[in-house]
Design a protein. Structure first.
Ligand code: HXC
Length: 515
């Protein structure tokens, strides 16, 4: 007995038809534009031959399309392995009716998301679509609604990564926006709620797409995306790299390579990073580079709010989320944008059990009329809220300035840091020396014969009396003052000792983070 040839022929024919999507000529056009096809994107994302597709034979069920075949209804969905771990994905096929979203297309995505939720595996969504399928009218809108509902339902349960590799317009942009990380290709992709023509018609405004709809604009101005990819391949590489730091779901720890013993070697090179004089800026990247294993740091939102550097790395094999003030940009202050950036990252780390390491060097919240009017009180409060409510291990290392409310907002002991350390160069105080001496030593300064020399003397006195890390240590606000060379070993040991951390809080529906 053997399976009848015509049955096998039919299966193979159907598979072959589905695998060319909207046709070979359309697939070829993708290549000409420097894009991969929807299926190639899936192949590039997953370990070889591990992807199991569901719904290859699905077609639209719409009378208005008069029997037209739309292979897979314009989307490839399924589950496979990335670095040997299960991950669900969908990839919209622009060659099939512009990747437009109809009822069955949406149903396939929803099924895939339900599977991801049930199995506890991350979701990667590759977006490349003309949006709601016009012929399917209200079914298309409903389809988006059902996807949004699931994006929210699985938020915090499994990591969600969106790749924007083509058009993503109108309400369709809200599915990526509800996900955790957005990766957008530099060319060939656009994301916006309304296009330039609609903006012109509605408001009379000229709105060049380069100013608001491209990867560059979203990465540096709106803050809507987290990574720019040079092309499709690079986007998929970033997704794989990102997943390598993440647990599959919120019930797991991230993929630590837990060491049995911590290397306690000193890194004298860290001492050399400390700039001479208090005015020079310590480069956060240089500190991170020496701190993390192999200098391997996956920076998130590199081009947005550069005054706060965030990203993932491993320290002695343990996965961490790092937040570091960057003095070279806006003096490392916390402003509206960096507070949003930091708070969202802290909440992601907390949701997925990733310990947080803070490299503190912050002169304060950014002063100014524009910041006050933009709501620095509300936005800055997000940092306080996010740190206070995070129950993962929290380790703060104060490298330099740590002034005022920003001292708290970078996770002091009071906000639940498990370990706080300071370099001898740390200045922990209510405000910077220059401003403080004018307030508390005003009379002495006014009476001085040589005001400049007096100011220098008073600043030194202020640093000793009111800003010294030993003062904080004497008051039990920090665990220890350490040499910069001991930074990596100290943090690694603190991490190793805190992986068992368990915190229970009274049940509630949710806190009210100031949005
Ligand atoms: C049905 C669509 C479609 C759509 C594209 N196509 N978008 N079919 N519904 N929304 C089809 C085209 O008819 C064409 O079919 C094929 O896809 C390729 O489209 P082209 O226009 O030839 O491609 P291109 O020149 O590259 O332009 C791509 C595009 C453009 C910029 C995306 O197609 C476009 O502007 N589409 C409409 C975008 C839009 O306004 N969508 C609705 C957004 S509102 P054939 O058969 O000729 O190959 C929305 C609401 C969601 O999505 C609300 C959720 C809450």
């Amino acid at each position: 007995m053997a399976i009848r040839k015509e049955l096998m022929d039919e299966l193979n024919e159907r598979r072959a038809a589905a695998s060319v999507g909207g046709g070979l000529d359309k697939l070829e056009k993708r290549h000409q534009k420097g894009q991969l096809t929807a299926r190639e994107r899936i192949e590039e994302l997953y370990d070889a031959s591990s992807f199991q597709e569901s719904g290859m034979h699905v077609n639209h069920q719409t009378a208005e399309l008069k029997g037209k075949a739309l292979p897979g209804d314009g989307v490839i969905t399924g589950i496979g392995q990335i670095d040997g771990r299960p991950v669900a994905a969908y990839s919209q096929d622009f060659t099939v009716s512009g990747g437009s979203l109809g009822r069955m297309h949406a149903q396939k995505i929803c099924d895939m998301m339900d599977t991801a939720a049930n199995l506890g595996v991350p979701v990667v969504a590759i977006n490349d679509s003309g949006g709601a399928r016009i012929q399917e009218a209200v079914h298309s809108l409903s389809g988006y609604g059902q996807i949004f509902y699931r994006n929210v339902a699985v938020s915090g349960l499994v990591p969600q990564i969106a790749i924007i590799a083509g058009p993503c317009a109108g309400g369709a942009a809200y599915s990526p926006a509800l996900m955790d990380f957005l990766i957008m290709t530099r060319k060939n992709s656009q994301m916006f709620i309304t296009g330039p023509d609609v903006i012109k018609a509605a408001t009379g405004q000229e709105a060049p797409i380069e100013q608001y709809g491209t990867a560059q604009a979203h990465a540096s101005v709106s803050g809507n995306i987290h990574f720019i990819a040079e092309d499709d391949k690079h986007a998929l590489e970033i997704a794989r790299k990102l997943l390598s730091f993440l647990p599959l779901n919120n019930m797991q720890d991230p993929p630590h390579n837990i060491p049995t013993s911590i290397a306690l070697t000193k890194d004298e090179g860290m001492n050399d990073l400390v700039p001479e004089g208090t005015k020079a800026a310590l480069d956060a990247y240089k500190v991170i580079n020496r701190l993390v294993d192999g200098g391997d740091f996956l920076e998130v939102m590199r081009e947005f709010a550069k005054n706060l550097v965030i990203g993932f790395a491993r320290i002695e094999g343990m996965v961490v989320g790092i937040l570091a003030n960057q003095p070279a940009y806006k003096a490392g202050t916390l402003d509206v944008d960096s507070s949003d950036k930091g708070a969202r990252f802290i909440r992601f780390c907390n949701a997925f059990n990733i310990p947080i390491v803070n490299l503190v060097n912050v002169p304060g919240f950014m002063p100014g009329l524009a910041q006050e009017r933009a709501g620095i009180i509300r936005h800055g409060a997000k940092m306080l809220f996010a740190y206070s409510s995070a129950t993962v291990p929290k380790i703060s290392m104060i490298l330099g300035k740590s002034y005022g409310g920003a001292y708290l907002a970078m996770c002091s002991k009071d906000l639940g840091a498990d370990f706080v350390y300071a370099w001898p160069t740390a200045e922990i105080a209510v405000m910077g020396a220059e401003g403080a001496v004018r307030i508390i030593y005003r009379k002495e300064m006014e009476a001085a014969e040589d005001p400049k020399a007096k100011e220098a003397e008073l600043i030194a006195r202020y640093r000793d009396e009111f800003a010294s890390p030993y003062q904080a240590a004497e008051n039990n606000m920090i665990n220890d003052v350490i040499a910069p060379s001991e930074t990596r070993s100290t943090i690694a040991m603190a991490l190793r000792l805190s992986l068992t951390k368990r915190v229970t809080r009274p049940p509630k529906k949710h806190g009210l983070i100031p949005l």
